[in-house]
Design a binder for this molecule. Structure first.
Ligand code: HEM
Length: 193
């Protein structure tokens, strides 16, 4: 239990993913995600935990600096919905730790469906009972990936070995790609995913 409001990992409130275990393995294989990547991220879990909030703050600053991105956090009066931003941030920070630590089991797979849905009209705003715009278009979720993948800046003071740092960043990048690919599924209608 994390005590984070709206964080429904492993709960009955989470969506169920229709992606099969075999489809997941094939996707992991395509991305080049390996057991070594999983172990490497887990080995540095404490570092992810220590840096997660700073990472999220830096990504949030990018969103806040571009009005076409910030609009998805605005209340109906056109002002930033600060309660919403704060609630979502806690779950976003938790996600960073989850990426580094959670095994890719059914509960994890299910929650990727849930996170995808939370960017779409079916579930956006629902966890926090807010009234911000109902959709973050898929193109922006995809376009944001290169913002989220660099780790050097956050990890270099703790990990001096350049090769090790590169390996962690590669594993993290593959993990982010896998997550976002799974999130794309509920956006894509008519079985074209
Ligand atoms: C690589 C890209 C992205 C990542 C890794 C990411 C990650 C996340 C995570 C982990 C959550 C919380 C999930 C939970 O509730 O447990 C979330 C929610 C959210 N994200 Fe994203 N996101 C991305 C792109 C974007 C973009 C580009 C925007 C818009 C500027 C955005 C806006 C939101 C909003 C508004 C929510 C709250 C949804 C709700 O109402 O529950 N995200 N995102």
């Amino acid at each position: 239990m994390t005590g984070i409001p709206g964080y429904d990992f492993g709960s009955v409130r989470s969506a169920h993913s229709p992606v099969s275990a075999e489809e997941l393995r094939q996707l992991e294989q395509t991305l080049g995600w390996t057991a070594d990547d999983e172990q490497l991220l887990r080995k540095h879990a404490a570092l992810f935990e220590a840096q997660a909030e700073k990472m999220v703050d830096s990504w949030r600053a990018v969103i806040g600096s571009q009005s076409h991105l910030a609009q998805w956090f605005l209340a109906p009066d056109g002002k930033p919905d600060d309660e919403y931003k704060a609630a979502v941030k806690r779950r976003f920070v938790r996600w960073v730790i989850d990426v580094a630590t959670r095994p890719h089991d059914q509960a994890w797979l299910d929650y990727q469906e849930e996170i995808g849905l939370r960017h779409t009209p079916e579930k956006k705003n629902k966890a926090d009972a807010r009234h911000t715009p109902p959709l973050v278009p898929l193109r922006y979720v995809l376009a944001f990936v290169p913002l989220v993948t660099p780790l050097h800046h956050f990890f270099e003071s703790a990990i001096r070995d350049r090769a090790q740092l590169d390996a962690i960043e590669r594993a993290w990048t593959r993990a982010v790609h896998l997550h976002v690919t799974l999130w794309a599924r509920p956006f894509v209608r008519d079985g074209l995913w």
